[in-house]
Ligand binder design. Sequence first.
Ligand SMILES: [Zn+2]
Length: 149
Amino acid sequence: MHRNIANLVVHTDLNLLSVLQYAVEVLKVHHIIVCGHYGCGGVKASMTHHNLGIINKWLRNIKDVYRIHRDEIDILEDEEARVNKLVEFNIQEQVMNLAKTSIVQKAWKHEHIPHLHGWVYDLKDGIIKPICEIPAGTHIDPLYEFDDL
Ligand SMILES: [Zn+2]
């Protein structure tokens, strides 16, 4: 288990990458789950213009997700609905970020594991909703594929 603000998979996060590499190469986990939650304060903060100091840099990653999906989010009238839509898009993007790592791609090539999952947890009713799935071996955008694993 690895936890951080707004369930981000950041490619330069040595803590996350160390946990990922250990889980994949040593423990040989079959499934990796990115689990976010509705009403996430981190996601909510990323949609504002507040200068929050150091955390600006962390939240920038979510702003990038917002930019990509802006049209699908801004169309929603309700603020809570907009936050929750970005929560879902963010989870999807972070699962993609796992697939972009050489750690996951190498395991896909040699072991056909792990399968990647995106889930969202609703603190109001305790229900977990699956958002997306990337089975081992899926061909992602070739731009991100390594060929010498
Ligand atoms: Zn949160």
